[in-house]
Design a protein around this ligand. Sequence first.
Ligand code: COA
Ligand code: AMP
Length: 646
Amino acid sequence: MEHVGSAYHRVHRASLEDPERFWLEAAAAVDWEQPPQRALDSSRAPLYEWFPGATLNTCHNAVDRHVQAGHGERTALIHDSAMTGTKSRLSYAELLERVSRFAGVLRDCGVTAGDRVVIYLPMIPEAVVAMLACARIGAVHSVVFGGFAAPELAARIDDCTAVALVTASGGLEPGRVVEYLPIVAEALALSAGSVRSVVVKAREHVPGRAADHDATPAAGVRWLDWDEQCAQARPAATVPVAAGDPLYVLYTSGTTASPKGIVRDNGGHAVALAWSMAAVYDIGPGDVMWAASDVGWVVGHSYIVYAPLLVGATTVLYEGKPVGTPDAGAFWRVAAEHRVNVLFTAPTALRAIRRADPGLDLLARHDLSSLRTLFLAGERLDPETFAWAERGLHCPVVDHWWQTETGWPVAAVPRGLDSLPVRAGSAGLPVPGYRVEVVDGQGNPRAAGEEGNIVLRLPLPPGSLRGLWAGQERYRAAYLTAFPGCYATGDSGHFDEDGYLYVMGRTDDVINVAGHRLSTGQLEEVLATHPAVAEAAVIGVRDELKGQRASGFVTLKAGVDLDEADLRRELVALVRRQVGPVAAFRDVLVVQRLPKTRSGKILRKTMRQIVDGDEVAVPPTIEEPAVVDDLLVAVDRYRASGAAGG
Ligand code: COA
Ligand code: AMP
């Protein structure tokens, strides 16, 4: 193995041979109120707790301690909005002032340690402030991405029984203003009524104010203006919490219609993220990190908000797109202007840039000499895009793999430990702390080069999920039972002879659209609510730009006579209303029958092969083989109509 004997290898081995020592040493990078005496409590395995008995405050570690150490003037946050053409900076001292005041606002709303606060905000500094303010008083935030519709927001409010909601008048998407307050009002009306206060940041150019809603309060909900409340509030001090107490709940798609609330603790999270900044990203105090994601996703939580601030670096919060705001040079402009050292984005963003500017002519206009590494995650970095980026950027391009659940990278080529080479198509080597295995359906190891289920042997390192908000039984059932002693990632792939991991796809019905994780089961449930639909199947099909896109197949109830184009429009609108624009749902095919096994299971894999134009392997268990031919004809007809992939 090429990397045996390397620094990476030594560190990886040390982390697995003596995790207790390894993580206690790493814990020294964090300020504790009550320092940990031991790292891991395994007494309730397979449920584990990191740093039992220790207490700390995550906001203190991300903000206060840097000011106390004399670095108050250092830039903590750069906000760059390509949507409004504005840029602003907050020093650590200014961030402390803003966060403590907003923490005071939350406290005045009656939010106390352990209470849940839903944050539904666009990419503005208030999003970072609100998250840190929750952490400051020991409250648990749950950030909901702005591209989700009211029913999704309501589902999250109800699942975590949020007592407060922090929002803004709206977000800005190219060519349209997304007004948040009608969505929030609808979500509150749909929800069970746990929310008592809504705090609204009024944005310039986006209509909607707290006062408009406070005049007609629904069921005792107070609507408060962010600026007015902050002007009056007394700053709140940090509240120490147990290392194992939840810092946040972040919902992600699973195989069922209801999203899973991933619970992150305070102590393990702070230790793991601080460690990853040095070891994986090679970022330290004063460096500039830009994760071009959204605070609504785990990448935003970990590498826009917490990790850069935990280590005293500068983080960039970008409101805009990789293309069209105003052009495909937007990323290079931001990276050059703010002297970004590490850029982190999703392959789909690179593909969008490549499509618009294949020769990278716009890059040549900017000085990217500060850029040390480009990290990619969210979906597999296809070798072609990798080669294009590496050629054009003159800096290492590193694919790395992780999930909302793990909170930080599981596989990467850790830039801070070594200068091991990257390999096209591979997500890199197992990151220290993780014991990654590829196994068959029965849990037997697969040899190098053989495809299988990617599992992580327990215990997971600090920073990975504590469990699910819905309870540990659901956590066990979803992740810990399929392969005893292991966490099932839901991804499949293989190792090569040198231990590089190749993550090739999901083993379940989760799909990945433009780096956004969606549940096909959820989309099917929504389609099935249409009165004309008898049965629905949704599959993820290949998409040149977004990696995958959701394609819906429906059969109609007997006697229904509807124009197909009208039905398609109605179903697309239904998904947008129920799930949100983030689903980017456009394809609907009406078919006579769905291919099924004799036991009634829909053959999604066969359907995917038909749509992707791959060789179709029809399983012998199929109920009616002729359905496959019907489907081939329907797909061809649909393509010819010009409706596909719209
Ligand atoms: N609030 C409201 N709506 C949003 C939104 C938000 N925060 N983010 C996206 N949407 C909307 C878009 O406006 C679009 O709406 P439309 O149907 O009216 O056009 C829809 O959701 C789909 O958005 P998206 O998938 O982003 O497609 P796009 O065509 O607007 O942009 C890319 C394509 C590739 C440029 C874009 O997907 C991108 O930048 N992807 C990177 C993803 C990423 O960073 N993922 C995080 C993982 S690290
Ligand atoms: P999310 O929880 O939204 O971050 O999505 C996690 C899922 O995205 C993983 O389980 C993978 O299926 C996919 N994914 C993320 N990063 C990569 C990568 N580098 N290579 C392949 N798949 C990835």
